[in-house]
Design a protein around this ligand. Structure first.
Ligand code: BGC
Length: 839
């Protein structure tokens, strides 16, 4: 096969995965020359007779060549410096803090795990090592992905999803990623991660396929709800805490999808073309934070980046992830995203589910990888590194110590042997209910509409207020829309054990209050809704909007949403009710932003509750907020625009007819609020916005410089202060001196209202104009609970990294020239205090 391709190599460009518009730094690349006479025999004795090739599915040639001399088994530092940089075992992460000042050092734990892995593998043959890197094939094991056992190694179970154990019973359906991001509360992010981790471990899952941390570049993006919103810092902190929690629970976490999988349309055939600075500052940042959380695995995505498939992308996998970030775990492919055996050289360590396409019976790894090694195309050292990374990650999580065997069958719910129905739910429903409420954002509240105070009666409108007609798991992988929306659709789902609808949550409270509750779940009979709304004390209209993964199309939406309009006639329903009732409250369960212009300014719409994607306790969480049992504190993790066209990046649905669909990230750093601020567009509700039933004031701003805990790196700190970029080396982007707390911003917040509440102070950096940055960039947030009349001291620390921009020419992190200032406030546009940073 290779020989057939050779003539083409002279006429087609090498595609190395380096950004088209940016240099690859200090590295030099020497393309390997393949000689026709020494082409490997590709007949796969173990799995297939299909040829492995250097071509993508459609024949586009990608030659992955490691562009720098990558050392196997990197250990960026073995020099912990407690208390700021303590040696950390993933089962014992640092305590959660709303102003994290500790940078955990996982390198010693990795080093121990690597030693154990090397010992275990000392008598492994090449074939056995290759088997560790190759999934058993689609539906050939108990989990959605499986690595076979070998000698003393019991094999691995890989299972979705980011919000619960998929395809299992007796497991909790947690709020989605977007909900926990909307809490802006690190303790809740960590607690959710831990509870999830405990459930995965209890089911005998070694590797959880989450969290998902793509960026929400496209407001209609189908899988945005699985992730953490449209800002890299918020996403990075959410990913960081979720991973620390998951791994504390004993399961290996997977940071996915690496990278630029920002829409579902054409996800396997589009090239996201992204400049190097945007990649570093926006899309890669959450993965950097994942590495800093000690993440065990990273999943490369389906799409291409700058012309190279993500799982075949030397620049992203070897250069950025393994070199700059010092990632010591393993890279697994998304399901069937491997496109070549040579991807191993580009940094891919494990192919999932193993076969080239589902049930094809062949593999790019397996026998083909063995042949490539035997024939000298891939080094033995690379395969050693691949298998060692995978087994080391297993030791690193202590999964060699009494780890439960897999006790469910993801592919067969009638398998009476393997489905042992282990109940892993504990009391996690309480946390689900709390996060459901804490991630709910109050967007409008007039005439004291909320919280409800023993209303005479309430009438609930819309199918989103009630249960689905055939229960909570009516549609496979939640691929349908009926009843309360508490999850999107696709592989990012789990079965609901039960699902509390708003009707149930509200009725329970109404019984205590003596209120009457009426309802009408018909979304389309607006005349009836108008009649029923007339004369009632409170009318609550429930509307929703759903999306998911591309392999399911719901109501014409192929994963991505076709538009940002409410589903099920929602806008008309609100207008019909508001026409007859001057206390109309709108509750929105949406996977992302909606255009709310048709009714948002209607004088009879007194309140809007953005309830999000809340999981199995949705109705209780909504009731808690409506009645003030939970004083809302959630903040928007994305901008709600007045018009879809106001967003800087738009969904691409047109196939250009060429081999790959080109998606140019021409907006660069200016996504979401960064664009609205820059282009001076007034959003309907800005990023970071959210009301409370109380009010807060801010005062007493101070900024100080903190002493360094990294005395060895004083020269780097001085150079950074002088405006020099950080040098590039293994682990250079996650180095302690860059990430230790370097500046501390303090201020106070007072609860000026009459009830207790939680405020989420946010810190935005304003770079000097020379930096070419957006006007305001989120770099800190915290959460504080304050009783009425009380004042609480707040601290938000910043690192040198937080203040840096990525210098494309120098390939390092640099402080921009000029004065850096910042604002502290209640949203990206509601600034209360402003200051300068001297550095
Ligand atoms: C999704 C991944 C998922 C995998 C396994 C893929 O289609 O993109 O997020 O983990 O399937 O189900």
């Amino acid at each position: 096969m290779l020989s057939k391709l050779l003539p083409l190599l002279s006429i087609l460009p090498f595609v190395l995965g380096a950004p088209a518009s940016a240099p690859t730094g200090t590295s030099t690349t020497t393309p390997t020359v393949f000689s026709a006479s020494s082409s490997p025999t590709l007949t796969n004795s173990t799995t297939s007779s299909a040829p492995a090739s250097t071509s993508g599915a459609s024949g586009f040639i990608t030659i992955p060549l490691s562009s720098y001399p990558f050392t196997p088994y990197p250990t960026p530092t073995l020099n912990p410096r407690p208390p700021v940089f303590p040696a950390t075992d993933p089962l014992n992460p640092p305590d959660v803090s709303c102003d994290p000042q500790v940078v955990p050092d996982f390198a010693p734990a990795w080093a121990t795990a690597y030693e154990k892995a090397k010992n275990l593998m000392s008598d492994y043959t090449l074939e056995e090592k290759v088997n560790i890197t190759t999934g058993v094939g689609w539906a050939n094991g108990l989990c959605v992905g499986n690595i076979p056992s070998n000698k003393n190694f019991p094999g691995l179970c890989l299972e979705d999803s980011p919000l619960g154990v998929r395809f299992a019973d007796f497991a909790t359906a947690f709020p989605a990623g977007i909900q926990v991001a909307s809490t802006w509360n690190r303790a809740l992010m960590r607690a959710r991660g831990l509870a999830l981790g405990q459930e995965f471990k209890g089911k005998g899952v070694n590797i959880a396929l989450g969290p998902m941390m793509n960026m929400g570049r496209i407001a209609q993006g189908g899988r945005n709800w699985e992730g953490f919103g449209a800002d890299p810092f918020l996403t990075g902190e959410s990913a960081y805490e979720t991973i620390l929690g998951l791994q504390q629970g004993g399961v290996q976490a997977t940071a996915k999808h690496f990278i630029n999988n920002e829409q579902e349309h054409f996800r396997t055939s589009e090239s996201s073309n992204v400049d190097d600075r945007t990649q570093h500052e926006i899309y890669a940042h959450p993965f950097l934070r994942s590495v800093m959380a000690g993440v065990s695995s990273v999943m490369c995505s389906y799409n291409l980046i700058n012309g190279s498939y993500a799982c075949n992308n030397d620049k992203m996998l070897n250069d950025i992830l393994k070199r700059e970030y010092g990632f010591q775990g393993f890279v697994q492919s998304d399901w069937s995203a491997t496109m070549s055996t040579l991807s191993a050289v580009a940094g891919l360590d494990m192919t999932m589910p193993g076969d080239i396409t589902f049930d094809s019976g062949d593999s790019y790894f397996g026998g083909n990888l063995t042949d490539y090694v035997n024939d000298g195309y891939i080094s033995m050292a690379r395969v050693d590194d691949m298998a060692t990374r995978i087994i080391a990650a297993w030791y690193y999580l202590h999964q060699d110590e009494n780890f439960p065997t897999t006790n469910f069958n993801a592919f067969n719910s009638n398998d009476e042997v393997n489905n042992q129905h282990v109940n892993v739910q504990s009391d996690h429903y309480k946390l689900v209910r709390q996060i459901g409420a804490a991630g709910t954002v109050l967007l409008k509240n007039e005439n004291g509409a909320l919280p409800l105070n023993k209303p005479r009666n309430l009438v609930l409108f819309g199918s989103d207020a009630g249960p689905g007609k055939s229960g909570p798991n009516e549609f496979s992988d939640q691929g349908g829309s009926d009843g309360i929306l508490a999850m999107g659709w696709g592989s990012g789902t789990a079965d609901f054990p039960y699902l509390i609808s708003p009707l149930e949550g509200i009725q329970e409270r109404a019984r205590q209050d003596g209120s009457s509750v009426f309802w009408d779940f018909d979304d389309w009979n607006t005349a009836l809704a108008s009649n029923m709304a007339f004369g009632q004390a409170v009318a609550v209209v429930f509307i929703d909007s759903d999306s998911g993964e591309d392999y399911i199309t719901v109501d014409g939406n192929q994963g991505d949403r076709n538009n940002l309009t409410a589903w099920h006639n929602g806008d008309n329903l609100v207008l019909a009710v508001a026409a007859q009732n001057n206390n109309t409250i709108v509750v929105v369960n949406s996977v992302g932003p909606l255009i709310v212009e048709p009714w948002i300014e209607h004088p009879n719409v007194t309140a809007v509750v953005w309830a999000g994607i809340q999981g199995q306790e949705a109705g209780n969480s909504i009731a808690d907020v409506l009645y003030g049992v939970y004083n809302p504190s959630g903040k928007l993790p994305y901008t709600i625009a007045k018009d879809l066209a106001d967003y800087s990046a738009q969904l691409v649905t047109e196939d250009s007819g060429s081999e790959f669909v080109t998606i140019d990230y021409t907006e660069g750093l200016f996504i979401d609020y960064r664009h609205f601020d820059q282009a001076n567009i007034t959003p309907r509700f800005e990023f970071g916005f959210g009301l409370s039933y109380t009010t807060f004031s801010y005062s007493d701003l101070d900024v100080s410089t903190l002493p360094s805990s990294d005395s060895d790196e004083q020269n780097l700190i001085t150079a950074w202060g002088n405006g020099q970029a950080s040098p590039i080396a293994e682990g250079s982007s996650t180095a302690l001196w860059l990430h230790e707390p370097a500046f501390q911003v303090t201020f106070t917040v007072t609860n000026t209202g009459s009830i207790a509440g939680t405020e989420i102070p946010q810190l935005y950096i304003h770079y000097p104009s020379s930096a070419g940055e957006p006007p305001s960039v989120l770099k800190g947030f915290t959460n504080v609970e304050i009783t009425p009349g009380e004042t609480e001291p707040i601290s938000i620390t910043l690192s040198r990294y937080d203040l840096s921009i990525w210098d494309v020419l120098a390939q390092g992190w640099r402080k921009p020239d000029g004065q850096i200032s910042f604002s502290v406030g209640a949203s990206s546009r509601d600034f209360k205090l402003q200051g300068d940073i001297s550095c």
